[in-house]
Write a protein that binds this ligand. Structure first.
Ligand SMILES: [Zn+2]
Length: 40
């Protein structure tokens, strides 16, 4: 039962990218860097 507040991407928490331990950041494939989840 996830609560939907706004429609930000749950994978990257609306940032549009992940922090990667090995260095730098990686664009979130779920939202393609937008930080917004438009599905559902
Ligand atoms: Zn995302």
């Amino acid at each position: 039962m996830a609560k939907h507040s706004d429609n930000h991407c749950i994978y990257c928490e609306g940032q549009g990218f992940y922090d990667v331990i090995v260095g730098g950041s990686e664009t979130c494939p779920a939202c393609e860097g937008t930080g917004v989840d438009e599905k559902e």
